[in-house]
Write a protein that binds this ligand. Structure first.
Ligand SMILES: Cc1cc2nc3c(=O)[nH]c(=O)nc-3n(C[C@H](O)[C@H](O)[C@H](O)COP(=O)(O)OP(=O)(O)OC[C@H]3O[C@@H](n4cnc5c(N)ncnc54)[C@H](O)[C@@H]3O)c2cc1C
Length: 352
């Protein structure tokens, strides 16, 4: 197998890894971004950018392209027990699908002379005082001066480095999520249906597409266990919550289950390897802070790896930011859950 080398190896081509790749390439640092997937995904996932996330994208030179795709003034339409109650909006938030942000960052990285290699899953890491050697699942080896683990909540890099991921998983609270079309449903609104028993369903239009991101309380079996998502389940949930005969979710292109995890890495550095993004912290989605925090990690890590700040500064600053986002998003989640019990209020209680 051929060995290759680069100054920085970025593991993971989500928003964190791609933003880091752009920020390093922009500073003239040789960077390779590898991802275990066979190809880019088209999942809506993180769909809000706040001022902090946009500031990073501004520095990376892609904010105008992102603004050109995103929707800044989305109206939240709230229903309670099937009845339409209230429309409102939250200023300062740009709605856009995560895959759309990733696509723009990939293009920017290519313009800067970098590229993403798919089908390249990191399976081993060894390091000494001079550098890091990553072994890919197919046996190829990549030598680098520094390595950045931006490989998401289930981070292999974090595990290989022996860094604990401290916190808890709330098995009770879960959501089914996915991307669907819903012909006939207005795309002017983020539709949010709440019911007096505390259940919820939301359909948010992803700009420039026919797709809505669907988020819903799951269906449950006779023992109360949450059922996994399915196309048929999405239709049943929609009928139960929206009560709009004639409109049906269709063509589910992504389906997943989301659980509340509140965890952060015990440290962000082991020798010449670092963690950033979801690999370093996971937390409730209320407030839409996950991707935005990862983008800010990427900007801080690029400063550290280019010598503008000390590596220790990266670790202390971003560990403090991670601790803050865990408690902040947990409090936002509490506010949102309380708001959904009151007709006319909902997710905006966690934003801003
Ligand atoms: C339904 C939903 C809604 C959300 N809403 C918001 C929101 O509104 N705002 C917000 O800011 N965030 C939101 N989030 C959170 C957001 O999606 C995450 O915080 C974000 O994806 C984290 O980005 P990341 O780049 O750190 O990790 P990821 O996006 O998980 O990317 C990690 C990448 O690493 C790759 N990888 C994994 N293991 C390996 C390996 N061993 N070798 C090589 N590559 C590997 C994966 O293939 C993947 O491409 C939401 C999430 C969900 C599910």
């Amino acid at each position: 197998m051929t060995d290759t080398s680069t100054e920085v190896l970025v593991v993971g081509a989500g928003p964190t890894g791609l933003a880091l790749g752009c920020e390093l390439a922009r500073r003239g640092i040789t960077v390779r971004v590898v991802d275990g997937r066979d190809e880019p995904h088209r999942e809506s996932r993180g769909k809000t950018l706040n001022a902090g996330g946009l500031a990073v994208l501004e520095q990376a030179g892609v904010a105008d392209r992102i603004r050109g795709i995103g929707n800044p003034g989305l109206l939240f339409r709230k229903y309670f027990d099937g009845e339409q109650i209230e429309d409102s909006t939250v200023p300062g938030i740009l709605f856009i699908g995560q895959w759309q942000i990733e696509e723009v960052l990939r293009r920017r990285l290519a313009d800067l002379g970098g590229q993403v290699e798919y089908g390249a899953r990191v399976a081993g890491i060894a390091q000494d005082g001079q550098g890091v050697t990553a072994t890919l699942a197919d046996g190829r080896r990549v030598h680098s001066e520094w390595l950045a683990g931006c490989d998401g909540g289930g981070s292999t890099v974090r595990r290989l480095l022996g860094i604990p991921f401290e916190g808890y998983t709330d098995e009770e609270q879960s959501m089914v999520v996915g991307d669907v079309r819903a012909p006939g449903l207005s795309r002017t609104f983020w539709h949010q249906w709440y019911t007096s028993d505390g259940a919820a369903m939301m359909l948010c239009p992803i700009p420039g597409t026919e797709v809505f991101q669907l988020q819903s309380s799951p269906e449950r079996d006779a023992e109360g266990r949450a059922l996994p998502p399915s196309a048929e389940g999405f239709r049943r949930l929609f009928d139960r919550h929206a009560r709009m005969p004639g409109i049906r979710p269709a063509d589910a292109s992504w389906m997943s289950t989301w659980r509340v995890n509140v965890r952060m890495a015990g440290r962000l550095r082991e020798g010449r390897a670092f963690l950033a993004g979801d690999a370093a912290h996971v937390h409730p989605i209320a407030g839409g802070l996950g991707m935005n925090t990862g983008l800010q990690d990427a900007a801080a890590l690029a400063r550290a790896l280019s010598g503008e700040t000390a590596p220790e500064t990266y670790e202390s600053e971003r560990l403090a930011a991670a601790a803050h986002v865990l408690s902040d998003s947990t409090e936002r989640m509490r506010r949102v859950l309380a708001a959904t019990r009151t007709p006319g209020t909902g997710t905006e209680a966690g934003l801003g």
